[in-house]
Write a protein that binds this ligand. Structure first.
Ligand code: G1P
Length: 291
């Protein structure tokens, strides 16, 4: 298989669950400690060997584009002041010049539609998709786990994880024919199944390694769940030809598209930072005690 060098980041969503914060700040710019969510996604992509970064944006997301612009004056001023640690962090967050492109999704027609807009930028090679709402904590970054495994196949591969029964209708859900280690041979996948109809307990998590055939499938689709063009449906349409594997990655996923998941991630990531030791070891109800 050709190497996977490009990743698509669908970042056009409105972030309504974080209003009013997201009135003027894209949800992907909300920080976990001191890095915005999008940085975790980009770092994971870099760790998997990605060299080109394709962002599908919408109006109101200019802060994202600005974030990935270099700031030579700021870097020089940090260097002049000897603020080496901050300068290192700033430089580590950068994308190499010319490696990022931004494509506007003008209408909210769904995740599949967003990915379809990357067709020309991706070209005729397998590529990754990362949904930045899904932040994954792992020893080996989740996309790197998948890319290592996908290097030996020409099939689509999607990340999966066991999900609580009552939450399955919020996910794409896979139908597993058989499993071997982390790899699940799929015979079906369905987007947001009605309660009680999910084919397994495994939900789709926002990491994909896709073959370029998915663009033809996306072009053929009619709207699915929620009246949107669904990526899950396009991948499912390739089950009988290209084939689809699930990958039950090793790691903990946080749903940072929800306030609860975002807070859980904040606490978990803070507990891993030695300089923040003890911050969250306080009794609950602290604010009331202060008052
Ligand atoms: C999207 C996908 C869904 C997947 C989920 C994971 O749904 O369509 O298949 O399970 O991401 O986060 P969304 O959360 O955008 O509704």
């Amino acid at each position: 298989m050709k190497p996977i060098r490009k990743a698509v980041f669908p970042v056009a969503g409105l972030g309504t669950r974080f209003l009013p914060a997201t009135k003027s700040v894209p949800k992907e710019m909300l920080p976990l400690i001191d890095k915005p969510l999008i940085q975790y996604a980009v770092d994971e992509a870099k760790a998997a060997g990605i060299e080109e970064f394709i962002f599908i944006t919408s109006s109101g997301k200019s802060a994202l584009e600005n974030y990935f612009s270099s700031m030579p004056a700021l870097e020089q001023s940090l260097a002049d002041k000897g603020k080496v640690d901050i300068l290192d962090a700033l430089q580590a967050s950068a994308l190499p010049g010319g490696s990022a492109c931004f494509i506007r999704q003008d209408q909210p027609l769904g995740l599949g539609h967003a990915v379809s807009l990357a067709r020309n930028a991706v070209g005729d090679a397998p590529f990754a998709v990362i949904l930045p709402d899904d932040v994954i904590w792992a020893n080996t970054p989740a996309l790197a786990q998948m890319v290592d495994c996908a290097a030996h196949t020409d099939r689509h591969m999607i990340a999966t994880q066991a999900v609580a029964e009552e939450s399955l209708s919020s996910y794409g859900v896979v139908d597993i024919a058989r499993s071997a280690g982390a790899v699940q041979k799929l015979r079906g996948l369905v987007e947001k199944p009605a309660a009680g109809t999910a084919p397994s307990r495994y939900g789709i998590v926002g990491r994909y390694v896709l073959q370029p055939s998915v663009f033809d499938r996306l072009d053929e689709l009619t709207p699915g769940a929620g009246g949107e063009i669904q990526l899950t449906d396009a991948i499912a349409a390739d089950l009988g030809s290209v084939g689809v594997d699930g990958y039950a990655f090793d790691g903990r996923r946080f749903d940072c598209g929800s306030v609860r998941g975002y807070l859980e991630a904040t606490v978990a990531f803070a507990q891993d930072r030695p300089e923040l030791d003890g911050v969250f070891d306080t009794p609950s109800g602290l604010l009331h005690k202060v008052a």
